[in-house]
Each structure stands twice: as structure tokens, then as C-alpha cells.
Write a protein that binds this ligand. Structure first.
Ligand code: ARG
Length: 597
């Protein structure tokens, strides 16, 4: 894959080199020689703030050269050392107490745009190439329960995290750690035995299964006998009893089919490897902790592991001998590191499970599976989804919202709005394309509404805001992209432009208008954005980027006429480079793009 340093890396390198020429002793003074994107781009594109700390240190060391007695003079000396003939920056100036402001050279920006066109893809940042195996544990709903909106968050964020890691070359295992084990199966099995004696020929469907879960739970809470046989079923299931296994399998299959429907709609790829998979891997793990002398026996006989900083231990075995959530996750992390060869493990769940995962990570260190930076372990915890009343997201009748209903609603609202557009004669699509377009936009809107914020925040679910054609929504972005594509196709159809030929022929691009230059600069920022995203794996960085890019693009097309002008060929190419970059962002976010709306 073609790759280039990001603007952050390229400008940092030029600043660092200039600093070391002007002040060779800076290398040993521990000053960070980095650049930043300017917050307010009216003053510059990238800036370096090293002159002030450098001045302090030089002064303290008595090493200020003759004629340099202020931070501003340190900054000036750096600017002189950088000189005009570096390939990246121009227009270097000292600002305020010693900030060095710079502009990116037009020639550098043009190379960037040409690379996008030539490769039909934005250029990857050099620094981000990853080679390891990454296990991403996401979605992970629970069998026999309906997937809820929390699982939707995990699914949407997880898919995007996987795509981002794959984009930079990591080998990603997408793991669906479904809750297919544990004590709830005792009552489910018992209830199924009693209610559906001929369950093997007549498979209950999931809508039944949710009610079914509730009913089983009710009987479990009411009847002591039912409770007792249920608990026996758990033991039988875990010991491999044939009938229990069979019923368990039926329940898993029914749920799995429902989950698959959601995954197919949303273009989610994830491979099931549920809790049950680790059942026979838990005892050896407990043995290993025991042997290492870090397993404790608590009152009642539970086997635990204590880790620093937490008031309660991880429970590897309950007092009744059973295994729970902690046991499974310890066996799972060992399996991922040892058998899957993971160098990085990412878990995506609601934030309330944060402590659980930090304890699992600490225990993995305590036993020595992870040492120093041998592995990167991340938990991405997300906040709750609230209804418009600010309370937990529920239907009017107080039930949890079914995912399928939620997705249907987003699509049908989009269909209505597209049909209206067709009726008004504004649409670029025909009636028979409405459904497909509405799916791309509706699902895209649901995903983007979630991805565009820091996952730790709670958010209020609102169709109106999610499907708004203005503001930071997928709908706005998809329209902006389609607008660029429509300019390109009109140039081709009505003005005889052949974009592919222009690219092949090396048609020169001109950044004459400031909105053209600004657009080219934003295209180049893509690489910064990928670098930024890899630090915390939060996809909102990409949302911010693509939103800013589309604002720059819409500024450009409002201020610069494209069709029929002298600059048409150059401007059409800018449209194409922007559309390519937007599509890459959509891809990373798991959003389907459409060429016309
Ligand atoms: N099934 C769990 C839930 O619904 C999420 C599992 C997350 N993954 C894990 N390895 N614990 O909350």
C-alpha cells in the first residue's frame, strides 16, 4: 500500500531538524520537538510550541547563545534554521510568546491530492502500519434474550474498530463472546421441557423466546421445586448431559438466527466464540493460578484472585463449584494470547464492566501472561442510550426497544423522505432505488449517531436528530458526497470531461481560491486522523474528520463554480479526490455510501 508521513509527522520532522540545527544541545534537554495542528486555522496550519520550554532549559543551563535572550528570539533562530527550501512548510512566523506558526506549501498539498487520485485511495500514514494479531471482542449478546440497544452500541463501535485496525494492516479476529452459558440455562431448559415437550420438531421463534425468558424467570422466582430442578440442569448441562445439551442447542440456534438478521442488515462480520467454548479451559487456568500461589480460598470455598487496587477479588470458581463471568474471561484471555497469538485484545462493552476488565488485565499480568508492553489490552466502555425523556431507552409501554424495530423505523422514515424528494422532482434516484438507498442512509444514520461521539458519554436516542439533513449526521454527509458525485457525472455527461483520462494524463490541479487550498489541506489531514484514532481506538475522530472535510468541500463548491468554467478540469479532480476520501471514511465507519440520492 502506498504510504506517506502524516502532516503531523512531516511538520514535526522539519521542526525537529530545524531546532537541532539552531540549538544542537536541544537533543539532550528533554524538550518535546513536536508540531500541532492549529486550533484556529486563520493563524496558521501547523504550529510548534517548543521554543518556550527550550528557552527555559537553555537559560537554566547557561547555554543561551549570544544575541538570544527571549523565547521569541529562540523561535526566530529556529525559523532561520528551517529555511525556505524545506519541502513541507512556508510562511513561518513567530506568534505571541514564541509559538511558531506555519503554512503547508501548496506543492506539498498538490502532491497529496495527486496521490489520492492516482491510487484511488487516500494515502495511509507511514507510522501506523500494524502487524500483530488483534482480537476484538464485541457485540456479544446473550442467548435467549433479545439483543438490546447496548449490544447495538458494542456492535457498531466494534465493527468500526475492526475496520480501522484492518485498514492499517493488523490481523483482526472478530470475536462474538455470546452469553451462551451460565445459570440462566438451568431455568430455560426446564421451562422448555415443560412447555414445549416436542421442541425438536417445533422450534420456537425469538419473539416467543423473549417472553419465554420472562416466563421462565417468573416460574423460577415463584416455585422452589422449579428452582431446584433448574439448578440441577445447570450441573447436568455443564457435565454434558445429552438432553440438556440438545435443548441448549435449540435455544442457541434460535437466538443465533435472530442475531444474524441484525448483523446482515448492518454489514457486521463477527465470528461466534461464546462462553461455552471456554468451559473445559477454566480448570487448567485455575490450576495455573493455584500453582503460582496466587489463588486464594475465600469463606465458603470460592476460589479467587486478588489484584491491586480493587476491594473485591476476581472469582474463578464459586463456592458451589460453578464457573462464572470472571472464570470465563480469564480462560478467554489466556486462549487469545496463547492460542490465537494475540498481541492486542480489545473488549467493547458498556462502561459498567470497566472494573471487571481492568481486573482481568491485572490478573493476566500477575500470572505473567502479559509482561511490560508485551501486549496491549484495551477496554472501550460506552455509556447508556437514553430515551428522549432522559431515562433509559424504552418503548412507550416500558419494554426494551427491539433492535429490529428500531432499524425498521429508521429505514421507513428515510423511505418517506426519499419518496417526497422524488415527488418534488429533486431526486437523483428512481422509485425502485428507494429501499436500497433508504437502508444505506437509515442504517448509516443509526451508526453515525453513535460513532460520532466519545463512547463514554451517554446519549439520547432521537430519530429526528439522527436523520437530520443538516448538522453532523450521516444523512448530511451522504448528501454532501452525492453532491460531489453529481457534479462529476454532470461534468462527464454535459461537458465532455473524462475524469479517468484527466488523472492518467496528469492534469494539473490549481489551488487558486482559498477554499480550494483549504479543501486540499483537509484531504491531507486524513493521515493525522488515522494516527489519532489508533491511540484510543475511538471512531469519533474519523467522524470529526469527515464532517470537517465535507464542510470544506461544501465551502468549495459554493464558492467556486465548477461546471463550464476554465478551472473545470482541476475542480472536478478536487471533487473526485474528496469523494474518494469520504468513501474511505464511510468504509471505516461501516457506513454504506450511495452515489446518488
Ligand atoms: N454478554 C456480555 C453482556 O451482554 C458481554 C460480553 C463481553 N465480552 C466478554 N469477554 N466479557 O454484557
Amino acid at each position: 500500500d502506498p504510504s506517506n508521513p502524516s502532516l503531523l509527522a512531516a511538520t514535526s520532522a522539519v521542526f525537529a531538524a530545524g531546532i537541532l540545527v539552531a540549538f544542537p544541545s536541544a537533543a539532550s534537554l528533554g524538550v518535546e520537538l513536536k508540531s500541532f495542528k492549529c486550533k484556529d486555522m486563520r493563524h496558521g496550519d501547523y504550529q510548534c510550541n517548543a521554543a518556550m520550554p527550550l528557552y527555559q532549559k537553555l537559560k537554566a543551563a547557561g547555554a543561551l547563545p549570544d544575541g538570544v535572550s527571549t523565547p521569541q528570539q529562540v523561535a526566530s533562530a529556529i525559523i532561520d534554521a528551517i529555511g525556505a527550501d524545506n519541502p513541507v512548510m512556508e510562511d513561518l512566523k513567530v506568534n505571541g510568546p514564541g509559538f511558531i506558526m506555519s503554512r503547508i506549501k501548496a506543492s506539498y498539498l498538490l502532491d497529496g491530492v495527486n496521490d489520492i487520485l492516482k491510487n484511488a485511495a487516500p494515502t495511509k500514514p507511514v507510522l501506523t502500519a500494524q502487524s500483530g494479531n488483534v482480537v476484538v471482542d464485541f457485540s456479544s449478546p446473550n442467548i435467549a434474550k433479545e439483543m438490546h440497544v447496548g449490544h447495538l452500541r458494542s456492535t457498531i463501535i466494534g465493527e468500526s474498530v475492526c475496520r480501522i485496525l484492518e485498514y492499517v494492516g493488523a490481523d483482526v479476529s472478530r470475536v462474538n463472546h455470546v452469553g451462551d452459558w451460565g445459570t440462566q440455562f438451568g431455568m430455560l431448559i426446564q421451562y422448555l421441557k415443560e412447555e414445549y415437550p416436542d421442541f425438536t420438531d417445533d422450534v420456537p421463534n425469538i419473539t416467543d423466546l423473549t417472553a419465554f425468558y420472562k416466563n421462565a424467570k417468573m416460574r423460577f422466582d415463584e416455585s422452589p421445586e422449579f428452582k431446584k430442578v433448574s439448578q440441577l440442569n445447570v450441573v447436568k448441562l455443564q457435565a454434558g448431559d445429552e438432553e440438556c445439551r440438545k435443548i441448549w442447542q435449540v435455544l442457541c440456534d434460535v437466538s443465533r438466527k435472530e442475531f444474524e438478521k441484525v448483523y446482515n442488515r448492518l454489514d457486521i462480520k463477527v465470528t461466534e466464540c461464546g462462553e461455552s467454548f471456554y468451559n473445559d479451559k477454566i480448570a487448567p487456568v485455575i490450576g495455573e493460578f493455584d500453582k503460582a500461589g496466587i489463588l486464594t480460598s475465600e469463606e465458603g470455598g470460592a476460589k479467587c484472585v486478588w489484584v491491586d487496587g480493587y476491594p473485591q477479588p476476581l472469582m474463578l470458581q464459586k463456592s458451589d463449584g460453578g464457573y462464572g463471568y470472571d472464570s470465563t474471561d480469564m480462560a478467554a484471555i489466556k486462549y487469545r494470547i496463547d492460542k490465537l497469538g494475540a498481541t492486542q485484545c480489545v473488549y467493547i462493552t458498556d462502561f459498567t464492566q470497566g472494573d471487571h476488565f481492568q481486573m482481568v488485565f491485572k490478573a493476566a499480568r500477575k500470572i505473567g501472561w502479559v509482561e511490560g508492553d508485551s501486549h496491549r489490552l484495551d477496554h472501550i466502555g460506552f455509556g447508556t442510550v437514553q430515551g428522549e425523556d432522559g431515562k433509559r431507552f424504552k418503548t412507550r409501554s416500558g419494554d426494551t426497544v427491539r433492535l429490529v424495530d428500531l432499524l425498521d423505523e429508521a429505514v421507513s422514515r428515510m423511505e418517506a423522505s426519499l419518496n417526497e424528494r422524488i415527488a418534488e422532482g429533486k431526486a437523483g434516484i428512481t422509485k425502485d432505488q428507494v429501499h436500497e438507498t433508504a437502508c444505506a442512509m437509515g442504517y448509516g444514520a443509526v451508526k453515525y449517531f453513535d460513532l460520532r461521539r466519545n463512547p463514554t458519554s451517554n446519549y439520547i436516542f432521537s430519530y429526528d436528530r439522527m436523520l437530520d439533513t443538516k448538522g453532523n449526521t450521516a444523512i448530511y454527509l451522504l448528501y454532501a458526497h452525492a453532491r460531489l458525485e453529481s457534479i462529476i457525472s454532470r461534468a462527464e455527461a454535459d461537458h465532455g470531461v473524462n475524469v479517468d483520462e484527466l488523472i492518467k494524463g496528469g492534469q494539473a490541479i490549481v489551488l487558486g481560491h482559498k477554499s480550494e487550498r483549504n479543501l486540499a489541506l483537509h484531504l491531507e489531514i486524513f493521515a493525522d486522523c488515522i494516527e489519532e484514532t489508533l491511540k484510543d481506538l475511538y471512531p469519533y475522530h474519523i467522524c470529526d474528520f469527515v464532517y470537517n472535510l465535507s464542510i470544506a468541500a461544501s465551502d468549495f463548491v459554493t464558492q467556486c463554480k465548477v461546471l463550464g468554467t476554465d478551472e473545470m478540469q482541476s475542480r472536478v479532480l478536487l471533487c473526485r479526490a474528496t469523494a474518494i476520501t469520504m468513501r474511505q471514511c464511510f468504509q471505516l465507519l461501516g457506513i454504506r455510501h450511495v452515489m446518488r440520492i
